[in-house]
Write a protein that binds this ligand. Structure first.
Ligand SMILES: Cc1ncc(C[n+]2csc(CCOP(=O)(O)OP(=O)(O)O)c2C)c(N)n1
Ligand SMILES: CC(=O)[C@@H](O)[C@H](O)COP(=O)(O)O
Ligand SMILES: [Mg+2]
Length: 641
């Protein structure tokens, strides 16, 4: 007879089962959930460290609150793996972040236990407050609980929400999961403030509990709470934390791995709260798995790994990553130009800004998860005469859009936007797909927008951005490694608004913008086998466009196809506007725009996602054949269907 390694977890089909368990069994369940998370992520890769840090929290919250009637909202959602295991998705954990599998984040369409989707940070308190208002206005919904990390609570949205929640005074629970880590070590005054809050206090003590909460706690904790409050505030009224000033009842700090603290505190809070409550839990990122706890990044995001040793299976790339090429090139440029500075919003490693920071630490600014501030901060620097490189992933820059419009473009300030993770990124799925930046940037007066076709082009674009002092400029490049092309010694300054012709043909012209060029070249090889003569051009710029080149391609070919790794409303749309305005579409030109479809694409490998988007070489080939065939029959792509 075989014994299950998870006898207690095996009894949990859903959170309601937790509510019939005693505290010791809940502790045992947490232990088993932790091994289950490690085992699943070792096979799939994913956000391990953050998930390991909230195992006890997930068990305790589901045991105390009445989910799914009560709405549990995980900020970012990257720590939701224990929650998924406990909410009926245990048997699908090895499909995490894969095509047709479980999302790596919370997702409304996936489970009734995911009341609000996430992946971008700092939205949970706003959403929870929305649910609280819904409840108070008679909607069939219970309590609202937001769990937010110390990194994510540094963002403006979280304060906007707390400011509003304190004013509303509605019953609402915010659990601050404070592990003293963002992706990188957290930065900023808020992070220092949180550290000070528990630096001198044993975790078991309560700093400031209202009388009602204290009374509801078991006697030893009640005494500890009172004592701690007196110690810190000198009186029993005990106000003074930032959260209290914002109108929250503050409970904590407590040890977020000790069920003996978590369960009574949550029960007391649930029994007594009348307004917004903030429960400050101290946790350890990577808790319970030594390789994670001991690593510098706490295994924030890992690839598949060997559980015994913690060694991750990382394939050796044939070419440097775009991120590294950007970081190295910017550092070389910065060595020549002391006005260059770098800005990142909590992603120093992800953006390659850490390379610049290593060489010129005083010229790099990590502002925390604060993209809006990052953009306006960069605008101020540009106004002062510096050359700021604001390096932000395409999707996260969405959060700073008004700042790009109002503070940068409108004032024509030369902020350089280095837009990493452009296009489809794979396992993080739709929330992280860099689909919209070309559309939202190219729409802006004064803005110059470039996309790198390969890593050498990226070097040229960094050099071009350094030289371009007359207004804002952006360049985009994808996640992952380059194509292994020959790299120049140094990037060349490109002529603004000029594309390049890769090969001349006569039947069909592919006008590519950005990193899909290699796929376009592969399509051209297929077409040439069929005797179709193909021109390939790399537009380099979506704004300003190389009108001369585009008009020539339109005049001299039967068909023109634009290609970009972005949504509709981007490069292709800019080309169509220009051609239409110049009357070039009046003569029956066959033109098609290959873009991402008008729908969100779920997680899969980038190749699978581009196949789903009908953007493979075979799709391009079929489109070109249809456009150039003598009967003129067009085979429409199925995108958007
Ligand atoms: C708007 C936005 N910017 C950046 C990120 C990238 N990001 C994901 S998790 C994370 C760190 C979050 O830290 P914290 O909230 O403390 O959670 P922890 O990983 O420590 O559990 C960052 C910067 C994001 N998801 N959303
Ligand atoms: C949750 C989150 O937003 C980040 O951790 C993100 O998953 C990082 O993505 P990269 O792996 O592309 O840096
Ligand atoms: Mg953290």
């Amino acid at each position: 007879m075989t014994h299950s390694l998870t006898p207690n977890l095996d009894r949990v089909a859903g959170p309601s089962d937790l509510r019939n368990m005693d505290d010791a069994t809940l502790t045992a369940v947490a232990h088993e959930v932790r091994s289950e998370v490690i085992s699943a992520v070792s096979q799939t890769g994913g956000h391990l460290g953050s998930s390991l840090g909230v195992v006890e929290l997930a068990v305790a919250i589901h045991a105390v609150f009445n989910t799914p009637m009560d709405k549990l909202i995980w900020d970012v959602g990257h720590q939701c793996y224990p929650h998924k295991i406990l909410t009926g998705r245990r048997d699908r954990m090895t499909t995490l972040r894969q095509k047709d599998g479980l999302s790596g984040f919370t997702k409304r369409s996936e489970s009734e236990f995911d009341p609000f989707g996430a992946a971008h940070s700092s939205t949970s308190i706003s959403a929870a407050l929305g649910f609280a208002v819904g409840r108070d206005m008679g909607r069939p919904t219970g309590d609202a609980i937001a769990v937010i990390g110390d990194g994510s609570i540094s963002a403006g949205m979280a304060y906007e929400a707390m400011n509003n929640a304190g004013h509303e005074g509605r019953r609402l629970f915010v659990i601050l999961n404070d592990n003293e880590m963002s992706i990188a070590p957290p930065v900023g005054a808020m992070s220092s403030y949180l550290s000070r809050m528990y630096a001198n206090e044993p975790l078991a003590k309560m700093k400031s509990l209202a009388e009602g909460f204290e009374a509801a706690l078991p006697p030893p904790m009640r005494e500890g709470a009172k004592r701690a409050r007196q110690l810190v505030t000198g009186n029993l009224q005990g106000s003074g934390t930032l959260f209290e000033e914002l109108g929250f009842e503050y409970i904590g700090p407590i040890n977020g791995h000790d069920m003996g603290q978590l369960l009574p505190v949550l029960r007391a809070a649930r029994a007594r709260a009348t307004g917004p409550v903030l429960i400050h839990c101290c946790t350890v990122k990577g808790k319970g798995y030594a390789p994670a706890e001991n690593s510098a990044d706490k295994y924030h995001g890992v690839s598949k790994f060997d559980v015994e040793s913690g060694t991750q299976a990382k394939s050796k790339p044939n070419a440097p990553s775009y991120t590294k090429v950007f970081g190295d090139t910017l550092t070389d440029e910065a060595a020549r130009d002391p006005n260059i500075v770098g800005i990142t919003a909590a992603m120093p490693g992800g953006t390659g800004i850490d390379i610049l920071a290593k060489r010129f630490p005083s010229r790099v600014f990590d502002v925390g998860i604060a993209e809006q501030h990052a953009v306006t901060f960069a605008a101020g620097m540009a106004a002062s005469g510096l050359k700021p490189f604001c390096a932000i992933y395409s999707t996260f820059l969405q959060r700073g859009y008004d700042q790009v419009v109002h503070d940068v473009a409108l004032q024509n300030l030369p902020v350089r936007f280095a837009i990493d993770r452009a296009g489809l990124v794979g396992a993080d799925g739709a929330t992280h797909a860099g689909a919209f930046d070309v559309g939202y940037l190219a729409a802006l007066p004064n803005m110059t927008v470039m996309a790198a076709a390969d890593e050498a082009e990226l070097m040229h674009m960094v050099a071009t951005a350094v030289a371009h002092d007359s207004g804002p400029i952006a360049f985009r490049y994808p996640r992952g490694s380059g194509n292994g092309v020959q790299m120049p010694e140094r990037g060349e300054v490109l002529e603004i608004g000029k594309g390049r012709v890769i090969q001349e043909g006569s039947d069909v012209a592919f006008l590519s913008f950005g990193a899909h060029l290699a796929e376009v070249e592969a399509a051209a090889r297929l077409l040439e086998k069929d005797g179709v003569s193909v021109t390939i051009a790399d537009a380099r710029f979506a704004k300003p466009l190389d009108i001369e080149l585009i008009l020539r391609l339109a005049r001299t070919h039967d068909a023109l196809i634009t290609i970009e790794q972005g949504a509709r409303g981007g490069f292709g749309a800019m080309v169509l506007h220009e051609l239409a305005d110049r009357g070039a579409l009046d003569q029956g030109l066959k033109i098609r725009t290959v873009t991402l479809p008008d729908r969100f694409i779920d997680q899969a490998s980038p190749d699978e996602m581009y196949a789903d988007a009908c953007m493979t070489r075979f799709d391009l080939y079929k489109m070109a054949v249809a456009l150039t065939s003598s009967d003129g029959k067009v085979v429409p792509l199925t995108k958007g269907a």
